[in-house]
Write a protein that binds this ligand. Structure first.
Ligand SMILES: C[S@@+](CC[C@H](N)C(=O)[O-])C[C@H]1O[C@@H](n2cnc3c(N)ncnc32)[C@H](O)[C@@H]1O
Length: 362
């Protein structure tokens, strides 16, 4: 499919190659099933650590519900819910914390891939009818509710363009075919307006041959989600940097990685569909896209600091009845040398009646 497309249309933007390699029905890495995450898969996430992650998220969501005046109907939207494990952890914790909050809660999972939606349905059978599945978040915009939108390790899986600084300007790295029909790299002049606009704030002092990646899709991804909430919170947990760190001249090879069997690799063209492809999140670009849609950035912290902040009551409860396994999970999630330091959390407050900030040139 990819080879035929390149043979027909010429070299492919890496964002299109990555979209097919991860999501194309029948080919994509995530379109095969749910074996990717966990010990027997290719990588761990905070969800793999155990249910404490969901328990702490549930406490943050509940605080938001209380601060919003305990609305009779509210909604949590999870994006990139994989096999539904995190949703189950959050819903279990919420049921134990506040039965009244659960009564009016709709937990919506936005999942475009049928194979993952089937797995989520299976995992979450015991929570039906509280859980709603949509393949497109625009469906929820017909009935906006107060609530929360969140995703763990989703933004790093959004396709990105690859760029290279050559002779004082950016060129795009594209995927071509070599003489034997294998995938190879080529570079091309950048013409796409959205990509040119995204590159503008990066400035222009880079070593020759400097490589990185950039996404043009944050706004497009957030826009339908934003319409699904009348007010509330957007919350993204992922690895990444603010723009000055992301495009630091010293980071000359970018952050694009492959993952297979818990090993990182650096050849994304090898065997598309067989391994995860991921690149860090530019949290400055994310914040600009959210602001343009009416979001207001409230928090940007390491996962460790953020989780510790919301875990106060949980830790006090633990003092009374310490559970070694739960405390070990908390330590893995928050320790600066573990997930607490490598992941960041960005929160936005949301209000549908608030006018958006001037949309940046995206
Ligand atoms: C690295 S996995 C994260 C899994 C899970 N959230 C966790 O923390 O274990 C990334 C997930 O994002 C999903 N994803 C990517 N683009 C998406 C989109 N536009 N809408 C919803 N999910 C998406 C992928 O299908 C994949 O399941």
């Amino acid at each position: 499919m990819l080879r035929a497309r390149i043979a027909r249309d010429g070299p492919l933007a890496f964002a299109d190659f990555m979209a097919a390699a991860l999501y194309e029905p029948g080919l994509g890495y995530y379109a095969h099933g749910t074996r990717q995450v966990g010990r027997g898969g290719d990588f761990f996430t905070s969800v793999s650590v155990g249910p404490v992650f969901g328990e702490l998220l549930a406490r943050r969501f509940l605080r938001e519900w209380c601060e919003a005046g305990a609305p009779a109907r509210w909604r949590i939207i999870e994006c990139g819910a994989h096999d539904g494990t995190l949703a189950a952890d959050v819903l279990t914790a919420l049921a134990g914390l506040d039965a009244r909050a659960c009564e009016g809660l709709e937990y919506a999972i936005c999942e475009p891939l049928p194979v993952l939606q089937a797995a989520q349905t299976d995992t979450l059978r015991r929570f039906a009818p509280q859980v709603r599945f949509v393949s497109d978040s625009a469906t929820l915009a017909a009935d906006p509710l107060p609530g929360i939108i969140f995703g763990n390790e989703l933004l790093d899986a959004l396709p990105c363009h690859l760029i290279e600084w050559r002779d004082g300007r950016w060129v795009e790295r594209r995927v071509a075919l070599d003489e034997s029909g294998g995938f190879t790299w080529t570079t091309a002049k950048i013409r796409e307006p959205a990509l040119l606009a995204a590159l503008a704030p990066l400035g222009g002092v880079f070593p020759d041959g400097y490589r990185s990646e950039i996404r043009t899709s944050y706004h497009e991804f957030l826009a339908p989600l934003a319409r699904a909430l009348s007010s509330g919170l957007m919350l993204w947990l992922d690895y990444g940097f603010e723009r000055p760190d992301y495009y630091h001249p010293g980071r000359s090879e970018g952050t694009l990685r492959t993952f297979t069997k818990h090993r990182a690799g650096d050849n994304p063209l090898a065997d598309p569909g067989s391994m995860d492809l991921t690149a860090h999140v530019d949290f400055t670009a994310l914040a600009e896209a959210a602001r343009a849609l009416g979001g207001r950035q409230a928090v940007f912290r390491s996962q460790g600091a953020w989780l510790t902040g919301i875990a106060r009551d949980w830790l006090l409860e633990m003092e009374g009845r310490p559970q070694a396994a739960a405390l070990r999970q908390f330590q893995t999630l928050t320790h600066p040398a573990h997930l607490g330091g490598s992941f960041q959390v960005m929160e936005f407050t949301w209000c549908a009646t608030r006018p958006p900030a001037a949309r940046p040139d995206l």
